[in-house]
Design a protein around this ligand. Structure first.
Ligand SMILES: [Zn+2]
Length: 446
């Protein structure tokens, strides 16, 4: 590799483009992709015609607001229609080299096709994130993500292209993974935040000191919100003696579309690939940068299946003010999934707020479960937690401590805090942990 390892940027010119230049490039790509989608994807031809809009209507970036939204349901309804790849696809199947599929946790799995160029640009973007967190060719990297169908699997190629020594760990049993950490002394690992925490706990229980017996310097987390919750990130960092970086991906686009830099203040999103809008969660009205709403993405360069105004279902905001690191691409702050948000006493509550409280409190393990239910026709929530074995307080005292902290942070007291002994909750998992149980019978979806 001829790249200068002391340069903090993977692609300095791209990452530090003045915003006016970045937006100029976005506009060029937007014009091209909207026309390409209209000319080649039957769904867009139909929906643009129905909405009375044409690709030529795009004269500025704001003109995207005239175009109709799509969402997960659009993908499901059009997949397999007319051809194997469906009506959102804009290239014939022979140009497609890879498909990933979503987990299907919220319905029929949706697939995401890539052309060779789409895939190469995907991996170049992943190399950029790895470089951004400080990975260099002399690092040893364990990719401990699911390889089966999941879009995050191939991200390991981005690390290989950067020159790191890559270990395709996948979802190994934790004993095997700990053996690898001990024997091969890797320096970087990527997994989910809950698994990073649980693996550290298992290591301690197995007699290892994660700070001394392993050589992990950086932990990448994604798939859950923990990496953006300061208290959770700090807890994982303290356990491992390593720096934690949050990544954000979408099965519909890239394994990671955005990543934290060394300042950990939001996640830089690849604005050369994604045009970000924020819209009101109720009305769809477009909001200003900095305002919180549902994130809507338009993919600017993916030709196999362009996404024009895709409602992601994620609630957050984008900050386009300059970052101290020198990168000009905006930073997204995610609050949570629209589906996970619930309203108690007219207050919007995100599970991430509750997690932030749980991870900050002493005397509890950090494991938790949230139950949302209804009583007297209003929403209530209960939180189940675990007391650590060495906590001498009574269960009632612990419940009162957590209840008060939750009230202070979210504005609404939980209906109940149930205290279990250490290990009493069945929330530890090797993949994504299920932490919210919705017991409501009325549909409160927004
Ligand atoms: Zn930055």
């Amino acid at each position: 590799m001829s790249r200068d390892i002391n340069n903090k940027f993977w692609n300095e010119e791209l990452e530090t483009l003045p915003r006016a230049e970045l937006e100029k490039r976005q506009l060029e790509d937007l014009k091209e992709i909207v026309k390409f989608a209209y000319d080649n994807a039957p769904y867009y031809k139909r929906s643009f015609d129905e909405a009375g809009v044409k690709p030529e209507d795009i004269k500025t970036l704001k003109d995207i607001e005239k175009f109709p939204f799509i969402n997960k349901k659009t993908q499901r309804d059009t997949q397999g229609v007319g051809s194997f790849l469906g009506e959102l696809a804009a290239v014939p199947e022979e140009e497609v080299v890879f498909i990933s599929t979503s987990s299907g946790s919220t319905g029929v799995p949706t697939m995401s096709p890539f052309t060779k160029k789409d895939f190469d640009e995907f991996q170049d973007t992943e190399s950029r994130w790895f470089w951004q967190i400080g990975m260099r060719p002399n690092d040893r990297y364990v990719h401990a993500l699911n390889f089966s169908l999941y879009v995050g699997g191939p991200d390991v190629i981005g690390a290989q292209n950067l020159g790191a020594l890559c270990i395709w760990g996948g979802t190994l049993p934790s004993e095997r993974l700990l053996f690898i950490l001990k024997t091969y002394q890797p320096t970087v690992i990527w997994t989910s935040p809950s698994y990073a925490w649980q693996l550290g706990e298992k290591a301690v229980k197995a007699g290892y000191d994660p700070k001394k017996d392993f050589n992990i310097k950086k932990i990448i987390v994604a798939g859950e919100l923990g990496g953006s919750i300061d208290a959770t990130r700090k807890a994982i960092e303290d356990l491992w003696g390593a720096e934690v970086y949050d990544f954000y991906g979408l099965s519909d686009i890239f394994g990671a579309c955005a990543a934290q830099c060394e300042y950990h203040d939001g996640l830089h999103i690849a604005e050369n690939h994604i045009l970000v809008e924020t819209v009101d969660i109720h009305t769809g009205e477009v909001l200003e940068p900095g305002q919180t709403g549902e994130l809507v993405f338009t993919t600017l360069r993916k030709h196999a299946r362009p996404l024009i105004r895709f409602k992601t279902g994620d609630i957050g905001r984008i900050d386009i003010t300059p970052c101290k690191c020198g990168r000009t691409h905006g930073r997204i702050h995610i609050l949570g999934r629209k589906d996970d948000m619930f309203i108690v006493s007219a207050v919007n509550v995100f599970p991430s707020d509750i997690e932030a409280v749980i991870r900050e409190q002493s005397g509890i393990t950090g494991e938790y479960l949230i139950r949302i239910f209804e009583k007297d026709f209003t929403n209530k929530y209960a939180v189940e937690i675990e007391k650590t074995a060495d906590n001498t307080k009574s269960d009632d005292e612990v419940a009162e401590q957590i209840s008060a902290a939750l009230k202070a942070r979210t504005g609404v007291k939980p209906a109940k805090v149930i205290v279990h002994p250490d290990g009493g909750l069945n929330t530890r998992s090797e993949h994504k942990s299920r932490r919210v149980i919705d017991e409501r019978k009325i549909d409160y979806s927004i």
